[in-house]
Design a binder for this molecule. Sequence first.
Ligand code: ADQ
Length: 499
Amino acid sequence: MGRERSDFVVVANRLPVAPVDDPAAPGGVRWEASPGGLVTALTPVLLRNNGAWVGWAGSVSDEPEAPDVPEAIDTDEGLHLFPVELTSDEHEKFYEGFSNATLWPLYHSLIVAPTYDGDWWESYREVNLRYAEAVSRRAAEGATVWVQDYQLQLVPGILRQVRPDLTIGFFLHIPFPPSEIFRQLPWREEIVRGLLGADVIGFHLDTCADNFLDLCRRVSGEAGSHTGLPDTLEVSGRSSVREASGAITAPDGRTVRVGSFPISIDSGDVIARAAGADRDGVRALAGNPRTLLLGVDRLDYTKGILVRLEAFEALLESGALDPSESVLVQVATPSRERVDDYRRTRARVEHAVGRINGRFGSLGRPVIHYIHRPVPFDDLLGMYSAADVMLVTALRDGMNLVAKEYVACHPDGTGSLVLSEFTGAATELDGAHFCNPHDLESVKRAIMSAVTSLEHYPDDARARMERLHAQVRDHDVDLWARSFLEELTRAHEASEGGR
Ligand code: ADQ
């Protein structure tokens, strides 16, 4: 069943599984599902269409202890997964290097300086080619392929050349920067050409779609001479929410639709699971503070963890928050730990946590509970449900699902959300206490506005949270996937009609 070619193929950097040592399993390894919003949203579509998922299984193939990766993995839910292998050299250059030390900082508007390295770029090209070949092997004649994220931007272009029969969608999960920033990239034309292989290119926000359309207007002239792009790409329209109305005429004459499709969470599942959360138990573990603040992030410099710690420290120092009545729980999931900027960020965050606890904690009462580990999702839901103030202070973030998970856990209107203006979520979550995370005073003000509203204006606080909750309840990840795939179907029908 799983070995037939598929009518629907998802390709993402990672497969939604991870290897776990298990002496009883064949080869000593069991492949355990790593649940997430993307796999939840796409599972029904994959099952309906005999779908396949192509991606990296999470272990590098040339290390002595690397598990044997099978050609295909069939999960208990019935998903058919097809691993792409990476060597340790490719993991270093393609993934840690070009994806996470070049594209990630560039696309997040230069919070740290991107590194431009020709070897990393070569590796990115080679690995994108391998993913595209794996997709091509799995995809049936006329299949739909959905390519995910910044690690695979060349895949649509390669597939278009080798498999013109396919309908190809691309979705970017991180911001797309203004063209003045993107144009720093020495390989900018190749990336644009790669993306234009798709029939539909999706972003979270209108602004990102507009940045891409604007870029295409600008690079087309200079690109034409040496990349095969025409002197002028025809770019028309602009994007609008959930409706791809921007369009580009690609070098081969196809129309490429560009639009915004804001991602969300599996709201129904989160709401149902949070209903059983032990809110009081979590508060008791945190020392039953009057105000429980919470941060949940991958430990990434884009997430603004340090500014939030500094704002908390300044509020304790000034007496605006009482150290004997306020506790911050910060969950910081380990992430990209071999990339230098991530090591530095971790060192700064942990230094600040130590300093603040040293200054304001007392025996048995730290003011910050810091967890640097992955946490089971149900435990996270318990923390979300228990927290009075959720702190989302990202310096730049494509969407930020943590903010949506938090408000989904508060159907009764309790709690309050401090939210950075620089997250995609800020465009949808009207009712949050907004802050500019590049301005410490603004973060302090937003935290105090959230605390004051809960304590002194409970009706206003409840009305805000009820509004936020309704937004996330009614706009879930299934709607996101459906809107994108419907746009892809329309694009396909329009191109059939044009033949
Ligand atoms: P991320 O940068 O990873 O995603 P985010 O959208 O907040 O950021 O998603 C993080 C997810 O990881 C959440 O579902 C959260 O529950 C989970 N998580 C965080 N810490 C955890 C922990 N310790 N243990 C277990 N789970 C944890 C990228 C982009 C975002 C965009 C998403 C989806 O950077 O901007 O919203 O993709 O497109």
